[in-house]
Design a protein around this ligand. Structure first.
Ligand SMILES: C[S@@+](CC[C@H](N)C(=O)[O-])C[C@H]1O[C@@H](n2cnc3c(N)ncnc32)[C@H](O)[C@@H]1O
Length: 215
């Protein structure tokens, strides 16, 4: 995989037009709501959703009417177009771009909060590291990071359930998440106060919500 290639939303499993349907079996209302709570965006803040896909999280953040400026970034033009249509005129900004190029797209130290959901598990290790480094670069000092993704799969049932995701996205990219690599990778990228704030069991494996702060 070259740096500019990316795994599509549903991997080998299905075309991206089915993404919202598939995402709905992951208890997304529960975990997306928890993410919004951890973001706690304030007026005049800039919130960037990295790998925004069809825009579900960015649009939910907008619906909370905090007054924050919300920007969704994703390398898949088709997904970004779906997000734009789904938003139907909502004042969310949509950008096509890779997660490791955030500072080039938006400017270094230009964001107060970076969020990302279900992206890192489908990236190769080098790209996970590059995206986290780019998240740190685009955040202002003290800026907040909230990542929701498949994390440490603690029980046999969750490890079995996660195999579905591994079949779609491949074991090499997904296994580090299941082994609990994300908190270490987040800290390695220069974030402080790294915390696994929530663990939500789903039929596709458990989704963890990690919070951290840029130093
Ligand atoms: C499983 S979908 C999740 C979409 C959305 N965040 C959500 O919660 O529904 C993964 C998304 O990550 C995007 N993606 C894959 N590789 C990426 C990368 N290197 N940088 C940024 N986004 C990436 C894909 O295009 C896809 O839209």
């Amino acid at each position: 995989m070259t740096e500019r290639e990316f795994t599509p939303a549903l991997g080998r499993f299905a075309p991206t037009r089915f993404y919202d349907l598939v995402a709905s079996v992951t208890r997304e209302r529960l975990w997306r709501g928890l993410v919004v709570g951890h973001v706690a965006a304030r007026a005049d803040e800039v919130v960037v959703d990295v790998g925004c896909g069809t825009g579900s999280l960015a649009l939910l953040l907008h619906q909370h009417r905090t007054g924050a400026r919300i920007v969704g970034v994703d390398p898949d033009r088709d997904m970004v177009e779906r997000a734009r249509r789904k938003g139907a005129g909502a004042p969310v900004e949509w950008r096509v771009g890779m997660g490791d190029s955030l500072a080039e797209i938006l400017g270094a130290a230009s964001a107060d909060v970076v969020v990302s959901s279900l992206v890192l598990h489908q990236c190769p290790m080098a790209m996970k590291r590059a995206i986290l480094a780019a998240m740190a670069a685009v955040l202002r000092p003290g800026g907040r990071l909230v990542v929701a993704d498949y994390g440490l799969q603690r029980t046999r049932a969750m490890r079995l359930a996660f195999r579905l995701v591994q079949m779609a996205d491949g074991k090499p990219d997904t296994q580090p998440n299941a082994d609990g690599a994300l908190p270490g990778l987040i800290a390695e990228a220069g974030f402080h106060d790294v915390r696994e704030a929530e663990v939500v069991p789903t039929v596709t494996g458990s989704i963890s919500i990690y919070t951290a702060r840029r130093g």
